[in-house]
Design a binder for this molecule. Structure first.
Ligand SMILES: [Zn+2]
Length: 131
């Protein structure tokens, strides 16, 4: 069965569940000293071609993570929509930012870093699911 294209903005995962997931993965990734606000946004609020982002204030260890709603998920990478995958990806960025925060992610190093983050996030989701 194909996925039904949703037109409303109501995510399958509630904001409460999203916060629970964030805390769960902050614990696993040892990021509990970060004050993180995580929320769903519409696709047009994000940079084109992205499904989430993470804006840290390194000196204060505060960050805002934004995740596209399922209805606006483009699935450009042919992966099924996974809030958890996007969330973990953005959380791993917090570990990476201190030593790699390029202005342009389209450099060879930026692409390599992005790919590494994405593969690690995917592996963690699969590990949790026992896959
Ligand atoms: Zn990324």
């Amino acid at each position: 069965m194909g996925r039904t294209k949703k037109t409303d903005v109501t995510p399958e995962v509630t904001d409460d569940r999203l916060n629970d997931l964030c805390l769960e993965w902050q614990t696993r990734l040892r990021l509990l000293d970060w004050a993180i606000v995580v929320r769903f946004v519409r696709g047009h609020e994000l940079d084109p071609g992205t499904v989430g982002d993470c804006s840290p204030t390194m000196t204060l260890k505060r960050a805002t993570i934004r995740i596209v709603t399922e209805g606006d998920y483009s699935g450009g990478n042919e992966e099924p929509y996974s809030v958890e995958n996007i969330l973990i990806h953005e959380l791993i960025h917090l570990h990476v930012f201190p030593f790699y925060d390029p202005h342009d992610w389209n450099t060879p190093q930026g692409i390599a870093a992005e790919q590494a983050i994405d593969l690690i996030a995917g592996a963690l989701v699969k590990a949790k699911r026992g896959q």
